[in-house]
Write a protein that binds this ligand. Structure first.
Ligand code: CAP
Ligand code: MG
Length: 379
């Protein structure tokens, strides 16, 4: 076999630990272009996954050295900046996706927004596949919703936001983000996997220049992350999202409708929120990432949630989370506004250490949510 020239051989990757089926590899930084996620992924998440020589392969974790971290911005606001911007100190933030996810007209979408915000929800959120379809054009939706947002802020005295989905071809995506900025919007949402990390980085630069935050949806992740033998862990994806600069990222619920075991969801939350503390190591193959100056990302718990599940979510994940309720709000027997109120009431009760059953005695919206979702018998 032809011997590699010394200057090439010098920068080869080296396996430095093999334990059972797990191997840890150190790659010299010279192999990489700083500031480019596509180049990183093409390097260690590329062709090797298709090699005949390996039956299955899963990228479980990656540890970025400081020089690589410093070549990215991280979140513009992160947990503390978002709390300050939206004036919510301690309690979890709330969000809702109008349901059904697609098909509603702009008027219906705006009506949902009005009722959800008036009922106490902090953030409206587009569904991952709602973009600029004929039945609900992006521009009309943005104009309509931000007008309502401004009105409800005056009415309630509470700050309100919108994770509006700008996912599209990159230059079109920037044009949509610009419209949101001009309408006073603070947040945009991107489907990071379907749009790709290159466009996420482009959006991140735009948001830096316009002081905007980014809500990151992980639609399509399960295609890569679900098979425990092959693919990539959600932990690895989450690290890329924090490094590039997602202010929010979905992590799962454990108790809701989508896959994600407790130890994985807790590990994701820890990875998004911690700075230097070592991992609580539920699994041996987790690397200790020191995040240096990269701000913490808000974990989003979403997928089959409703008011009755809120105490469990808060007990498991703490208060530094965004709780998203779509069907669990739209499906409230008394409508969207009552659904929104029930979600806030469940959070308030849990913050005050009052059981939902007790709190429901004089909060009708919560009571009817608990009756609907089987936790309380109608009297
Ligand atoms: C939730 C949701 C979110 C998922 C994404 C949906 O709706 O809007 O996209 O939570 O999954 O389309 O299913 P519901 P994850 O509140 O009505 O369940 O958070 O795991 O990334
Ligand atoms: Mg969705």
């Amino acid at each position: 076999m032809k011997i590699l020239k010394p200057h090439i051989r010098k920068i080869r990757g080296r396996a430095f630990e093999i334990k059972g089926n797990f191997v840890k590899i150190a790659y010299p930084i010279e192999l990489f272009e700083l500031g480019s996620v596509p180049q990183l992924l093409s390097s260690f998440a590329g062709n090797i996954f298709g090699m005949k020589a390996v039956k299955n392969l899963r990228l479980e974790d990656v540890d970025f050295p400081r020089i690589m971290l410093d070549s990215f911005r991280g979140p513009e606001y992160g947990i503390h900046g978002i709390r300050k911007l939206f004036k919510v100190d301690k309690r979890p933030l709330t969000a809702t996706v109008p349901k059904p996810k697609v098909g509603m007209t702009t008027e219906e979408h705006c009506d949902y927004a009005l009722k959800a915000w008036r009922g106490g929800i902090d953030f409206l959120k587009c569904d991952e596949n709602l973009t600029d379809q004929k039945f609900n054009r992006f521009e009309n939706r943005a104009n309509g919703c931000f007008k309502i947002r401004d009105k409800i802020e005056k009415e309630t005295g509470e700050r309100k936001g919108y994770f509006i989905n700008v996912t599209a071809e990159t230059s079109e995506m920037l044009a949509r983000a610009k419209l949101v900025h001009d309408l006073g919007g603070e947040y945009v949402m991107i489907d990071v996997l379907t749009a790709g990390f290159a466009s996420f980085q482009t959006l991140r630069e735009f948001c830096h220049d316009h002081k905007m935050a980014i809500h990151v949806h992980r639609a399509m992740h399960a295609m890569m992350t679900r098979n425990p033998k092959h693919g990539m862990s959600m932990l690895t994806l989450a690290k890329f999202v924090r490094m590039v600069g997602g202010d929010n990222l979905h992590i799962g619920t454990v108790i809701g409708k989508l896959v994600g075991k407790k130890d994985e969801v807790l590990m994701l939350e820890h990875e998004l929120e911690h700075q230097v503390e070592p991992h609580f190591r539920t699994k041996e193959h987790v690397l200790n990432q020191n995040w240096h100056n990269i701000k913490p990302t808000f974990a989003v718990s979403s997928g089959g949630l409703h008011a009755a599940l809120v105490p469990q979510i808060m007990k498991m994940l703490g208060n530094d989370i965004v709780v998203q309720l779509g069907g669990g709000l739209a499906g409230h027997p008394d409508g969207v506004e009552a659904g929104a109120k029930s979600a806030r009431q469940a959070i308030d009760a849990t913050m005050e250490n009052i059981s939902l059953k007790e709190y429901a005695k004089n909060h009708i919206e919560l009571r009817n949510a608990l009756i609907k979702w089987g936790k309380l018998r109608p009297v």
